[in-house]
Design a protein. Structure first.
Length: 522
């Protein structure tokens, strides 16, 4: 049966034009004035725009493949493909235990993956999701597989074994390699180790995707210098995750990369607050790298708590991103311990007052009770205006990425609002992009950059991952105070030619695929 999207305005290849779109199987067959046939499944698009589905190039939906609420939240924003395996930590390779323990508060627990490498992860998606999933080989997981929970530098033999795992992952369809250089074990990895892991990625035509070292913002120069070194050693193309800094810093650092011969792009989301593991900024890396039960035992011991009060927590006062205001800048988003459910949505400062303790005591109590499974929304010391974000998003190297984390009772609103917020704020209300430019930043360029095959265009022969947008009403409703609101204005979405969201309702079909790296045909 043919699907006919009739009467809308197609946005593709830099133009907006009135056109119908015909689809047979997974593929677009006609774009233009299409004569309906008996038996067509017609989707009326009058007064709306037909766009290629959006690619979320930085997603943490890794373990939520089969979660219908998560799928709906993304589809309502127009997202049809997510790129997972971010920040150096996810399930494959190995049995997934490192991700399930260390990143439980970020990626969740995978319902099906228990081994089989990248091929096993991608196969676990098939027929179980309405979304497409692409995957980056996570360097921290690779390091953990070879070196265990160690902070020691990898030796030559270990680096060779790690590179072999990366090469295997690329053969099995990964789109690149990711690092998280403020997390463990990435914080202990040398530039030489990372460059060695990037070599098989470069040979395969993949992408090095990095959460840079050092906290971003005014510290970005150190992370950029390391990227220059890694790219020079390996020849790899680069994508910088969630590049949050002042617009002038971002532009100058991207220019430095370009002048150094580095092929680089980046993603940035339309919010100024971040979200991460509570343990990442508030526990020493040498402690976090240890097994979870060991960490819990240590931070529960009076002697260790006293030592941390004396030697560790004073150093947080000098953290460039937090500083002495840190208890009021961190809002609790997910706490795995039921006895602390009352603290969701509170700052550490407010939670400490409620519990009758101080900010250090509540931090260690929460982490111990939750076996470290806590994430938090992180305020920044210097808020960026809509105008400054618009300057960042107008850069030709920018792509859409939410850094969306769905784990938590009071999560960051970016998980449910990012792509609708781009359209509301930066197309309709503060014109930064035209509709064709929005498609370029959110669909076409990401699909090409991440080697997702014939996606990101509305043309005959291309895969029919398509969305229908009401340009007058599309908007985000999730806020920091009420972060669970779903986007509005996108009620019809097709994945691989099948309507997975129809009139705002989820279909029962699950045509999403585990996407293997596939360079676009000319």
């Amino acid at each position: 049966m043919r699907v006919l999207m009739r009467g809308g305005s197609v946005v593709d290849d830099g133009v907006v034009r009135r056109a119908d779109v015909a689809i047979e199987g997974t593929t677009i067959t006609e774009v233009g004035d299409v004569v309906p046939s008996t038996g067509d499944q017609v989707i009326e698009c009058h007064g709306r725009l037909v766009l290629p589905g959006f690619v979320d190039v930085h997603s943490h939906a890794d373990g939520l493949v089969e979660d219908g609420d998560v799928q709906r939240a993304l589809l309502k924003q127009g997202v049809t493909t997510v790129v997972t395996g971010q920040d150096g930590v996810s399930y494959a390779p190995g049995n997934g235990e490192y991700a399930r323990s260390y990143f439980a508060a970020i990626n969740g627990g995978h319902p099906r993956y228990d081994g089989g490498g990248v091929a096993g992860y991608l196969a676990a998606v098939e027929g179980r999701s309405r979304l497409n999933f692409a995957y980056l080989v996570p360097a921290g997981t690779v390091h953990s597989e070879v070196c265990g929970r160690s902070s020691a530098p990898a030796d030559e033999s270990q680096i060779a074994r790690m590179a072999a795992l990366v090469e295997e992952g690329m053969r099995e369809g990964a789109v690149g390699l990711s690092t998280g250089l403020d997390y463990v074990p990435g914080i202990f990895a040398t530039a030489e180790e990372i460059a060695a892991l990037c070599m098989p990625v470069a040979v395969a035509g993949g992408l090095y995707v990095t959460h840079m070292r050092g906290g971003y913002e005014a510290n970005s120069a150190a992370g950029i210098a390391e990227i220059v070194h890694i790219a020079a050693e390996s020849g790899v193309r680069v994508h910088i995750s969630h590049f949050h800094a002042q617009a002038a810093i971002i532009r100058s650092q991207l220019q430095l990369l370009r002048s150094s011969g580095v092929d680089a792009t980046f993603d940035a989301y339309p919010y100024t607050r971040g979200c991460t593991l509570l343990a990442m900024p508030l526990l020493p890396p040498e402690l976090s790298v240890l097994p979870v039960e060991t960490v819990v035992r240590l931070i529960s011991a009076p002697g260790e708590r006293a030592r941390m009060r004396r030697d560790w927590f004073p150093t947080i006062q000098h953290n460039a991103s937090l500083g002495p205001e840190w208890p009021s800048m961190i809002t609790l988003a997910h706490i795995a311990a039921p006895e602390f459910a009352w603290a969701h949505g509170l700052t550490l400062e407010a939670a400490a007052a409620h519990a009758g303790t101080d900010e250090i005591g509540i931090t260690l109590d929460l982490l111990a009770a939750s076996h470290l499974e806590v994430n938090a929304v992180m305020a920044v010391r210097h808020q960026r205006s809509v105008a400054e974000l618009a300057t960042i998003f107008s850069h030709e190297g920018h792509m859409g990425g939410s850094d969306g984390i769905f784990i938590g009772a009071h999560p960051h609103p970016r998980a449910r609002g990012t792509f609708a917020r781009y359209l509301r704020e930066y197309v309709r209300e503060t014109p930064t992009w035209s509709w064709p430019e929005a498609v370029q930043h959110l669909s076409t360029a990401p699909a090409a950059r991440f080697s997702l095959g014939q996606r990101g265009r509305i043309a005959p022969g291309w895969v029919a991952d398509l969305i229908v947008v009401d340009p007058r009403t599309v908007a985000d409703t999730a806020t920091y105070e009420k972060p669970l609101g779903e986007a509005v204005g996108i009620d019809d979405v097709l994945v691989a030619g099948q309507p997975v969201l129809a009139g705002g309702r989820l279909a029962t079909i699950t045509p999403g695929r585990g996407l293997r790296r596939e360079h676009t045909k000319s």
